[in-house]
Write a protein that binds this ligand. Structure first.
Ligand code: NAD
Ligand code: 0WE
Length: 262
């Protein structure tokens, strides 16, 4: 008996075996869910299909979330394959690399729009397209980061996007609540995924993290997967519109311990 037995779970944002989406997929599979996977483009297809095999998933569909027709197509295919959907996970974020260095005020108009489109609007667009497929008791989940609330140097336009994403979680929770559909976010601590590779500000932040976090441990994709199981199961049946931290307690710290106390 698994917590998610027989539930149909669609996961958006799988790139490789380091993706947070992969931690969530594996945790869902282990609790008995049927998995459907969507990925961003041809470049990823081979890798994603191999991962899908490992979780007995034969629904593997491309979807560039900046394209309405891609979203429509994947929703139609999901309706044909699963009928109804119980869980939708949005694990997608993107900004042009140059927006993640230097001061935030240098953000370009086009860069701002792109980050907002991929990292924020896509969650709303998916909620819209899949709304007719959600059963009462369904749940939607997205991934956010502390830079939404407080400044994380270099996170820049992504911080602004995550703030809007967290607000979207609340508005979607309000809209979908009467239908019995819950909407939540996990705010994860820094994890070394593709989306973090080569960002110099990330590296420093990653190393510094365990010195400040109460649990003094890095966060893994397995940690996020386990919390995702909880949020998408009946155990969290009356939890909606929330941002739940999986960050070793980092966010509770106001003033770090001064060096001479250590
Ligand atoms: P990742 O690179 O594995 O995942 C990001 C995904 O976004 C990729 O699969 C990519 O293909 C997808 N994507 C980008 N543009 C897309 C588009 N136009 N259409 C469809 N998909 C698109 O990295 P990750 O760290 O697993 O990121 C997943 C989520 O977790 C993101 O929202 C990220 O902001 C968030 N997050 C990451 C961390 C971290 O430290 N890694 C911490 C907190 C939150
Ligand atoms: O949400 C994220 C990743 C965001 C991200 C990262 C990249 C790098 C490569 C979005 N778009 C891109 N585009 C690229 O071309 N995180 C929470 C991880 C992260 O990224 C940072 C961080 C942290 C933490 C970037 C700068 C500073 C801190």
């Amino acid at each position: 008996m698994g917590l998610l037995d027989g539930k149909n779970a669609l996961i958006f944002g799988l790139a490789n075996d380091r993706s947070i989406a992969w931690g969530i997929t594996q945790a869902f599979k282990a609790r008995g869910a049927n998995i459907g996977i969507s990925y961003a483009g041809e470049m990823l297809e081979r890798r994603v299909r191999k991962l899908a095999q490992a979780v007995d998933c034969d629904f593997v569909e491309p979807c560039d979330v900046t394209r309405d027709e891609d979203i429509r197509l994947v929703a139609d295919k999901a309706a044909a394959k699963f009928g109804q959907v119980d869980i939708l996970v949005h694990s997608i974020g993107f900004a042009n690399r140059e927006e993640l260095t230097g001061p935030y005020y240098n953000t370009s108009r086009a860069g701002f729009h792109l980050a907002m489109d991929i990292s924020v609007y896509s969650f709303t667009a998916l909620a819209q397209a899949f709304q007719p497929l959600f059963r009462p008791g369904s749940s939607l989940l997205t991934l956010t980061y502390y830079g939404a609330e407080k400044v994380a140097p270099g996170y820049n336009v992504m911080g602004v996007a995550k703030a809007a994403l967290e607000a979207s979680v609340r508005y979607l929770a309000f809209d979908l609540g009467p239908q019995g559909v819950r909407v939540n976010a996990i705010s994860a601590g820094p994890i070394r995924t593709l989306a973090a590779a080569g960002v110099s500000r990330f590296k420093d932040m990653y190393r510094h993290f365990i010195k400040l976090a109460p649990l003094q441990q890095h966060v893994t994709i397995e940690d996020v997967g386990n919390t995702a199981v909880f949020l998408c199961s009946e155990l969290a049946g009356r939890v909606t519109g929330e941002v739940l931290y999986v960050d070793s307690g980092y966010n509770i710290i106001g003033v770090p311990e001064p060096p001479e106390c250590e």
